[in-house]
Ligand binder design. Structure first.
Ligand SMILES: [Zn+2]
Length: 439
């Protein structure tokens, strides 16, 4: 750092001032130097210093003049080597003092300080879009996300950005090299549990979020942590099912019906040629078993060796398991994630003032299907259909309405509704359980 270069100081911790106030009267701060130390991130937590700059803090109990601050700073920096640049941050002990946060920089080999440029610690008001999703509207909301692959991670990041206050993350998998081109996390997270890597990413977007993680397979109900996970999901307003196997989705269906929590399922078909999103409101709409019992199940997109190995018989060699991995493009998964987020925000914002409330009367179907390309189950879509609205086409959402299946063994809602309906002559029994919207 040159003598005349004054770095900009940032305080990424939203509670930095209160953390300092709770600490000793003075001490050292952790420094992360960026852009050749022209930007410094100072945090109260202790850790490795990623900068040649050393920083100290001092809590101020009474009003000090600039000269008095300078003298106090000089006294403090004498404890540090003179060869490095040093910074002293003043934190006022109470709100009524003039300057809550100020700092002096001592360039290397001099005890003549200059005042630095400070960017205020972030507040929750900085995070959200005014007039669309007001600050704090989702602060008390909690969402459980089961499955943290490409889709689940994209959805989680959107929730953090929208200001959802609490997230419960469930996944047992680790980040593999073949995940990275589609996952929200990057190469620096290779080998980490997806729960931990994603938690760090989400806190980087919204440090005020509370994030709980469970490293378990949703299919393993005998896992030691399963009861605790279930208790955490029970307190959620919404569950997102973003796993990539049929069995896991059916197990989530059983669990969320038992917990009576609205659940949104998202899946991509092989190589993400398209995808589907289903919303299940226990007690009032068709469940996953009602829906997939009445229509062809599209083949899942297989994306993880670990997962495939687990569900493939032991006699199948690793090379054959590997060959089954057929990944899609991140941009083909994003429409599915985006629809999950839209449906989720409708659920979470119900009864609260927000700019998205009109979506409630638009997104009325239980099921939505999307095609990215005319292949596999979308192969029969007519060529050139994109320019016409009377034919199914790629890159367009198709809503599908479902009635609960009276014979569904999982939810039995169809029977309940039929009995209720017969008393006021608005029977829910119908031979056409599936109503296609626009295709
Ligand atoms: Zn059902």
């Amino acid at each position: 750092m040159s003598d005349n270069c004054r770095p900009i100081l940032y305080f990424p911790q939203p509670n930095f001032i209160s953390l300092i106030r709770q600490s000793a009267e003075s001490g050292e701060l952790n420094v992360k130097g960026l852009d050749k130390d022209t930007v410094l991130h100072l945090t109260a937590s202790h850790g490795e210093n990623h900068s040649s700059v050393r920083a100290l803090y001092l809590t101020v109990k009474s009003q000090l003049s600039p000269e008095q601050r300078q003298e106090a700073a000089k006294e403090l920096v004498e404890s540090l080597p003179n060869a490095t640049a040093r910074i002293v941050v003043f934190v006022a002990e109470t709100e009524d003092l003039d300057s809550c946060l100020s700092a002096f920089l001592f360039p290397p080999n001099t005890n003549t300080p200059t005042e630095t440029i400070i960017m205020s610690p972030p507040t929750s008001k900085l995070f959200h879009s005014r007039s669309i999703l007001e600050t704090d509207i989702l602060k008390e909301s909690s969402v459980g996300i089961i499955g943290l692959g490409s889709g689940g991670s994209q959805v989680a990041v959107e929730f953090a950005k929208a200001g959802v206050g609490k997230l419960v993350l469930v996944d047992y998998d680790r980040l593999e090299l073949n995940n990275i081109s589609r996952h929200a996390c990057g190469l620096s997270d290779i080998g980490r549990l997806k729960t931990n890597a994603l938690k760090d990413l989400l806190l980087n977007k919204n440090p005020q979020a509370t994030i709980q993680t469970f490293e378990l397979d949703i299919n393993e109900t005998t896992h030691n942590d399963y009861p605790a996970m279930k208790d955490s999901l029970r307190l959620c307003d919404l569950i997102i099912a973003a796993t990539d196997t049929v069995q896991s989705r059916y197990n989530i269906n059983t669990l969320s019906l038992e917990l009576r929590i609205t659940t949104i399922y998202g899946k991509c078909s092989t190589r993400a040629a398209g995808g589907e999103v289903l919303r299940v409101r226990p007690g009032s709409s068709a469940c996953l078993a009602c829906v997939y019992g009445t229509m062809q199940v599209t083949p899942d997109e297989a994306v993880s060796f670990e997962r495939l190995r687990k569900v493939t018989p032991a006699y199948v060699p690793d090379s054959d398991v590997e060959a089954k991995i057929q990944v899609g493009l991140s941009s083909d998964i994003t429409p599915i994630s985006n629809m999950i987020v839209k449906l989720s925000l409708v659920e979470l914002c119900r009864g609260k003032p927000s700019g998205i409330s009109s979506l409630e009367s638009e997104l009325t179907s239980e099921f939505y299907r999307w095609a990215n390309r005319r292949e596999q189950e979308f192969k029969s879509y007519p060529e050139g259909g994109f320019d016409r609205f009377d034919k199914p086409a790629i890159l367009r959402w198709y809503p599908v309405s479902f009635q609960p299946d009276p014979n569904c063994m999982t939810c039995s809602i169809g029977n309940i509704l039929a009995v209720q309906g017969s008393s006021d002559d608005t029977t829910a029994e119908t031979s056409d359980k599936v109503f296609f919207g626009t295709n």
